[in-house]
Design a protein around this ligand. Sequence first.
Ligand code: GTP
Ligand code: MG
Length: 216
Amino acid sequence: MTDDEQKAELIEAARKRFSGPVNFLLSAPELKFLPPADVPEIAFAGRSNVGKSSLLNAITGRHGLARTSVTPGRTQELNVFEVGEPAAFRLIDMPGYGFADAPKDVVRQWKHLVFDYLRGRPVLRRVLVLIDCRHGIKPVDREIMSLMDKAAVSFQVVLTKGDKIKPTELAKVHEATLGAARIHPAAYPEVIATSSEKGVGIPELLAAVLAAATGQ
Ligand code: GTP
Ligand code: MG
């Protein structure tokens, strides 16, 4: 089988998997409220308003599943979704980090929750680190990436809101982001450019999530 055929097969398997049951399980304000660490987890991380919840909705094809908002800071807990019945794996919609206008103690609380989860969850297979293609990688993103290097947690960078800039510009950002990600030992050596709004990059992301969750 060629690489392209293998990719097409994985996308097809992922589509099937995500067209089956996907259910919201719970919101965890602290790690102790998470379900038992018994199936693989894939987490969506990134700065506030980068499009984590929208991307989760786009890959599950269910628009109201994760709550999205124009106001940064919509997601304040770890929202856990199960794929399959019984769950084959879970998707974790994380609170955004680096939201400058939020009260300091709220920011500290989010940061703790995000960092604790990223460092200490044994079933965490991969973190998708979302980067707004208009802003690129910021210092707070580098901080998270370094944390994952130290904790040896595999992560993949995903560009969001690709519909907001010109294709030529997006190609440049894609290249630059790949270069910046490669510095990190825990980074997966591919960056996926997406648009939840237009559905761009969603099949590739579906395949990446399924592969990470099932260890392919
Ligand atoms: P927090 O939970 O607050 O950290 O935000 P989030 O990262 O979950 O972002 P969310 O998905 O709520 O999206 C934030 C805003 O960006 C919403 O107004 C979305 O409609 C918009 N948005 C998300 N993805 C896209 C996209 O691909 N294209 C465009 N144009 N807008 C998007
Ligand atoms: Mg959100």
